[in-house]
Design a protein. Structure first.
Length: 388
């Protein structure tokens, strides 16, 4: 990974909706050192630049004011080891209370949702780091114990539990903040030096998910473009790995889906029983999905008369974008449903969807017989099912 991206990810970003370009940062330090200077660093494309400084008053208070046009991120610091990452939006009036020697764990944050969310994550991360540290202390005390191998096994087991819990927390955190640039920060958190919470190989779908969401929201923002380049490089490095949903074996019944169609009427997946159905998950904002749509049109025209149906579920954010995508790609002939809730759609956890396009081929009884058939793979499978 490029160092400049890591720098971006360390400090993070948030989305903007600004009323004013001014931001005010009001800080109160507990147990201040009178006369000490505090610095405000701005993260620029590939470096941190000190843009302001203030002498701490006797009561520990000071203020920074900035004029910014876009979401910006700053470090409030006394030195290189004691700093607070702030995710700031134009128009915000931020209030922070923190111990002088522990800026990274402030007691109070208000006025900056992004900074507060990052602080929430830091609290969970600090808890896990503390748990791992306590295990190390037990290990050091047990070096001369006769049952050291057994102790080490127990400690390894506990360490895995702590790390797995943090991994789960991080994924949930990303899911809940997917459209915020703070999701990039979570991708690269470490519980110990070189001990990343998310594994780029095992958790590749989260890298893809964040890349997909942020590329849509911030297509011209440099950290997002850099993330996209590196995710693409990561995918290339993992060639030979299956990055889409696991292929479901025969005998698995597709869970029921009951969502509104384009006319507002509720349509159930089970209403297609008696037909071979391609259950396809897509969105108008998804470029790979749009490139695959002509292949679906071809398959539908070839096999619909033989009992083939397409049940297409959109993860669009708005009804207008969804319907425009259907019209632009000439998809009107088959079944469409969506709750237009983006990655918060009810189908995402139901089908464990972590990237799109994704699809499942169902038999006449609604049982999964194949998944993620694209391009010629879909045509070959349908020929196998229906014959030439």
């Amino acid at each position: 990974m490029k160092n400049n991206l890591i720098l971006f990810l360390i400090v993070g970003m948030v989305a903007a909706s600004c009323k004013s370009n001014n931001i005010d940062i009001n800080v109160k330090l507990i147990n201040p050192t009178k006369g000490e200077y505090v610095y405000l660093d701005e993260l620029q494309p590939d470096k941190l630049v000190t843009v302001d400084s203030a002498m701490v008053s006797e009561d520990g208070t000071f203020i920074f004011s900035r004029n910014v046009e876009n979401p910006s991120f700053y470090l409030l610091k006394t030195d290189e080891t004691n700093f607070l990452t702030m995710l700031l939006e134009p128009g915000q009036n931020i209030k922070i209370t923190a111990y002088r020697d522990s800026l990274n764990y402030p007691a109070i944050i208000s006025g900056s949702k992004g900074t507060a969310l990052m602080n929430d994550y830091n609290i969970e991360l600090r808890k896990t780091i503390g748990q791992l540290k306590s295990l190390r202390e037990v290990y050091l005390r047990s070096l001369n114990a006769s049952d050291l191998p057994a102790v080490m096994d127990r400690l390894d087991s506990l360490a895995n539990i702590y790390l797995n819990n943090l991994n789960t927390f991080t994924k949930k955190y990303i899911d809940e903040n997917l459209t915020s640039l703070i999701s990039m920060v979570a991708l690269y958190q470490q519980a110990a030096p070189n001990e990343y919470v998310l594994n780029p190989e095992k958790d590749i779908k989260y890298f893809l998910k964040v890349d997909s969401a942020l590329s849509l929201e911030y297509p011209e923002y440099e950290p997002v473009k850099s993330l996209h380049e590196q995710v693409q490089a990561l995918v290339a490095d993992l060639k030979g790995h299956e990055l889409s949903l696991p292929v479901s074996g025969g005998g698995t019944e597709a869970p029921e889906i009951s969502l509104p169609g384009p006319q507002g009427d509720t349509i159930k997946l089970s209403s297609t029983r008696g037909k071979v159905v391609l259950l396809d998950f897509w969105a108008s904002w998804c470029s790979p999905c749009r490139r695959e749509n002509p292949n679906l049109v071809k398959a539908y025209e070839t096999y619909h008369s033989k009992g083939f149906e397409i049940f297409q579920v959109s993860l669009d954010k708005t009804r207008e974008a969804w319907l425009k995508g259907i019209a632009d790609d000439h998809l009107e002939k088959w079944i469409h449903v969506s709750d237009v809730k983006y990655w918060n759609s009810v189908v995402v956890p139901l089908y464990s969807i972590e990237s799109i396009p994704a699809n499942f081929l169902l038999d006449k009884d609604g049982m999964v017989i194949a998944s993620n058939l694209r391009g010629e793979m879909l045509q070959v499978k349908l020929e196998e099912v229906f014959g030439k």
